[in-house]
Design a protein around this ligand. Structure first.
Ligand SMILES: [Zn+2]
Length: 107
């Protein structure tokens, strides 16, 4: 199912347009009714955010910096691998943003 091409109609009969919405610090895609302002969240984005929230609660996202040979290594927790569909060999890049280290997928 291709959600991006989905045309949704609201229960009130209004037209729903695509929006970006924020939930628990996550940016989620969704749709918003022009008439009654009802919002629907993108099921894939919602699932992804929920998995990470759950993992965070169980402390599954805390990792330790280790040294392997001459390299410094941090592991990527499995919930992130699954949520972001990361594969071995894929290129990731670090970005330093103030005190935050951001690891992002290279396009
Ligand atoms: Zn509506």
């Amino acid at each position: 199912m291709d959600f991006d091409k989905l045309k949704l109609k609201c229960e009130c009969g209004g037209t729903m347009e695509k929006v970006m919405t924020e939930w628990n610090g996550f940016k989620l895609r969704g749709w918003k009714c022009r008439k009654c302002k009802e919002e629907i969240l993108h099921p894939v984005d919602t699932q992804r955010a929920l998995e990470i929230v759950r993992a965070r609660k169980k402390n599954l996202l805390v990792v330790k910096l280790r040294r392997v040979g001459k390299s410094n290594v941090v592991t990527i927790p499995q919930p992130i691998i699954e949520a972001e569909k990361l594969r071995e060999g894929q290129k990731l890049e670090w970005r330093i943003d103030g005190k935050d280290l951001i690891l992002r997928q290279q396009a």
